[in-house]
Design a protein around this ligand. Structure first.
Ligand SMILES: Cc1ncc(COP(=O)(O)O)c(C=O)c1O
Length: 479
């Protein structure tokens, strides 16, 4: 591919961009239960305008752009107050939950390098529901992830299992508020007490819930304590681009005090060039996401968020109760927030998802892992409010239809062909041949994904990862 020789006209460019977008999900309709946090037209416009205003400003150097320093300090101070921290709490703005989490793990690692130089192979304990970003941090930073099963009924972290996993190399314990998969808040107070008892770093991952849970608490929901009000919590990740409805590229990583946060900062004078001191992962970065986050939060305001939370809470209760009444469906647990997980003991859940998809809904497949079965996930968001009856009606219909569909012929075939094969030695070429057999050609996925999800679900996590890596490595190639 070559760059357009004389440059394209503005009109031609936007026409091409619109064409690229043709097959994207139509999230504007409000029937997408994941990926999208749409605050509605007016707020979106404010966010976009602020984003554009600060698009070119560079967060690389706050001495040149003091406006960005101001915005970041105000956002972090807001986060500290929202999560009941005192005036010692500090924080930084990051590009998203993953960056916040990687930074927290880096800070913990470097803190313990100083404090416990005897630990040369550090470990962190993750309940199985801790977000994959901790595994990414583990692989990037060389802190071993020790995963422990969650309670099979409540899907909350099992404190005794975490206790049993602590050893002389442990530096950190992680809890979620709430976990993505089941939307339940871990017993953070107990985990933090355990961390304190053993002199370990405690991180609360409140990427999903940090913004919204305080509003649910104000509405009378029994939200367990998870924030800086809990003694022993050292750091909290909280995303703004989720339930604060700010444009993407917006999260906060907060620390109980500067002594802890110091380990996050990267300064480098060991090269020939400008002085580098980064408070987060990125170096050059647009001021857009930060300005947009500040603008949206102040535009919606406290009462606005409370009102959104009220409507969302009512919608979640209606959906959860409705799912419980659909013959063949079963809620995995009662969610603490607005993330709903449900499964079926009678019908292939991946068929239900395909059928819903054909009717214009996006609901998310979740593969089985440890003691959690394959299930369907809904992240309920402001723009989904009002669709509850239609969603439940369609779900009931789709369960009915899914009963009549064959249970993964391909899954059986592939499982059979993999029988006795050393999966750790399977080559990328063999994987691509398997993909082609499953109907994936030149990066284009079939419209029905049940078979593919069924195959992945039947494989061990390690093999799933290998297949997905080969697939993505192939997909992102020249068009
Ligand atoms: C609990 C939790 N933590 C972290 C993340 C990662 O956030 P991001 O996708 O912004 O990197 C997510 C994303 O859904 C999440 O649910």
């Amino acid at each position: 591919m070559e760059i357009a020789g004389t440059g394209m006209t503005r009109e031609a460019i936007f026409q091409r961009l619109a064409e690229f977008r043709r097959n994207d999900i139509k999230w504007q309709e409000g029937r997408t239960y994941g990926y999208i946090f749409d605050p509605g037209k007016a707020t979106l416009e404010v966010g976009k305008a602020a984003y554009n205003e600060f698009l070119s400003e560079n967060g690389l150097d706050f001495t040149v752009f003091p406006s960005l320093l101001r915005l970041e300090r105000e956002l972090a101070a807001f986060g500290a107050r929202h999560l009941r921290g005192d005036d010692q709490v500090v924080g930084n703005f990051t590009s998203g939950g993953t960056e916040s989490i990687i930074l927290a793990v880096k800070a913990a690692r470097d803190c313990y390098r100083e404090k416990r130089p005897d630990i040369t192979a550090p470990e962190m304990i993750l309940p199985a529901t801790a977000h994959a970003a901790f595994h990414k941090a583990s692989r990037y930073l060389g802190v071993k992830a020790v995963t422990v099963s969650v309670d099979p009924k409540t899907f909350r972290a099992d404190v005794e299992k975490v206790r049993a996993a602590i050893n002389g190399r442990t530096i950190m314990i992680v809890g979620s508020a709430p976990s993505y998969a089941h939307g339940v808040v871990d017993p953070i107070a107990d985990l933090a007490a355990l961390a304190k008892e053993n002199d370990l770093w405690m991180h609360t991952d409140a990427c999903m819930g940090g913004f919204l849970l305080p509003y649910f608490r104000r509405l009378g929901e029994p939200v367990p304590d998870f924030d800086f009000s809990v003694p022993g919590v050292d750091s909290i990740s909280v995303d703004l681009h989720k339930y604060a409805y700010t444009p993407k590229g917006a999260s906060l990583i907060l620390y109980r005090n500067k002594a802890l946060r110091r380990h996050q900062i990267f300064a480098c004078s060991g090269w020939i060039g400008y002085t580098i001191v980064n408070n987060a992962l990125q170096s050059s970065k647009s001021g857009g996401p930060m300005a947009a986050a500040w603008a949206v939060i102040n535009y919606v305001g406290d009462e606005g968020y409370l009102e959104i939370a009220r409507k969302k809470l009512a919608a979640v209760k209606k959906i959860a109760e409705g799912i419980g009444r659909i013959d063949g469906l079963r809620l995995l647990t009662r969610p603490d927030m607005c993330l709903i997980s449900f499964t079926s003991d009678e019908v292939n859940v991946f068929h239900i998802i395909d059928e819903m998809n054909q009717r214009g809904w996006y609901i998310q497949p979740s593969l089985s892992f440890d003691n959690s079965p394959a299930h369907i996930h809904l992240s309920v968001s402001a723009s989904n409010v009002g669709w509850e009856d239609e969603l439940l009606k369609n779900l009931a219909e789709c369960v009915h239809i899914a009963r009549t569909l064959p249970v993964g012929a391909l899954t059986g075939l592939i499982k059979e062909s993999l029988e006795g094969v050393d999966l750790s030695a399977i080559s990328d070429k063999e994987i691509m041949e398997m993909m082609a057999a499953a109907g994936i050609k030149e990066g284009v996925l079939p419209s029905r994904m049940a078979d593919i999800n069924g195959v992945l679900d039947a494989l061990p996590a390690r093999v799933r990862e290998k297949i997905l890596t080969a697939f993505v490595n192939d997909m992102f190639s020249q068009p």
